[in-house]
Design a binder for this molecule. Sequence first.
Ligand code: G6P
Length: 586
Amino acid sequence: MCSIIGYIGKKIASPIIVNGLKRMEYRGYDSVGVATESENQIELKKGIGKVNEVNLKIHLDKLPGKIGIGHTRWATHGKVTDVNAHPHPSNSGKIAIVHNGIIENFEELKKQLENEGYSFKSETDSEVIANLLQKNYELTGDVKETILKTVSKLKGHFSFVAMFENGQLAAARFHEPLIIGIGKDDFFLSSDVLGFIEYTDDAIYMENGNFVILDKNKFQIFDFNGEHVKYVITKVSKEFGDAYKGDYAHFTLKEIFEQHETILKAGEKTPDAIEKTADYIRHAKNIYITGSGTSYNSALIAKQIFSKYAKIKAETIISSELQFAPDSIEENSILIAISQSGESADVLDAVRIAKEANCKIISIVNLLTSSLARESDIVIGMNCGPEIGVAATKSFTSQLVIIYKIVQKLSNNDITINFEKFSESILKILENPKKIQQIAKELKDISDIYILGRGINYPIAIEAALKLKELTYIHAEGIPGGELKHGPLALMDSNVFVIVFNPNDSTYSDMLTSAREIKARNAKIIGISDIESDVYDYWIEIPKIDEVLYPISEIIPIQLLSYYAALEKNTDPDYPRNLAKSVTVK
Ligand code: G6P
């Protein structure tokens, strides 16, 4: 998703900005641009493609000056074109902006500005900010007044950085992340700590509805009423700096291979939070669990585990759907919000709705400094380190471990899980990827994969389908095994691959029957199981473990299969087309 960055200080800005944009590449984008100010002149370069490609072509990092802004765009309003890329200059060229979010009333504002003589080059909603700033700056001649007047007109979600020809930077935040980095003799602005982590460890997480004005050696933060705001400087953990892929070809592969270690760290940095969560749950009127994408699939598993092992009923809600049924949230309940990034706009929106109904918010989140963490009553940290690959892998298994830990507490430790031993069995799967690599070759030219699971293995089938879609662009569908005969069986023929999750649990024999029905229609079967069977064309063995842990160990072979099939298909496993790691727009 869009990343914004700003720099003001004693160094040449453009290489620092380009570097920061590269660090944030994982968020997903389609075009990039940089603008700098030098000798009261703004210069700007932008184009379609990856930061490195565009930089090689038009030398973004050679722009002069010690003040600058940069952006990677993930198209929402207007096609992927050079003109639609950010930064956007105002008509006079004396102000340039980069923006993350959506200005909902941009059409109305654009019309008003056009009537006043302003013209627009791009199809974006963002360009209205540049011209609105110009209009207000010409009216007031003062940056603070300009920002106040401008934000009062904007509807929607935004964080933007504006660069003024006089050498000042200003940035405003409204429901989109914005962080100030404080260097020794410079300041940074970014939507992500990774934008400046190489240069400083001191950061201010801007509050919603605040803006900052920066000069070379000072800055001031105000709220949207123009009042001074106090701030706290947070030491950003150096852990964020660990976002390199080391000896691995891709971040996704590195992150899959880290899982035998990351599952042991889940929840460790927030030790009391799990106990407190169990307590909240015991006394809650209703429990809702929400998330998007992979995190929603964790919610589906949580619901089943809560019910089976702790006899606690919970309702799952897809975050983006809650806005259409806000009344389904009963007052004074609990919302458990699951999100790796803690910045997904849909999840934050669901949290806002739940808060309006006086619900307590418990979040399971990887970034403890994220917007979601700051909106929550209790925060449980996944603690799995930066996840850069767009498709979630290690964050998913860490979310599941946290859910197990909550259930352990709820059941007064009736279920005992030996995570150390479990970690060893995960390592066994990871150490033997050869067979999975072979199977991945078979998937190269196929167009459909169906994935069957029953009971607790059904949400894993949904997550497996998501991984295959994201990484290989193959159409993949998770189906509850028993539903096969109610429709999907019509699709089975020799061109189809079916993955069956068939661990040795209560679903085993029914799933074997489903597999035989598929086999009779000549489809190829990949069996994920701890028991071999002649019904499988390909058998991926998972270790024999405690039944409760099958969901975690089952997904790992599919993460690997999706990764290796992506290599076979020549798609980029780290940055799948059209997707973004952190979806900060609705
Ligand atoms: C995007 C990513 C998915 C992720 C989802 C939720 O769609 O591409 O991989 O599962 O966001 O992200 P979150 O950070 O809220 O867990």
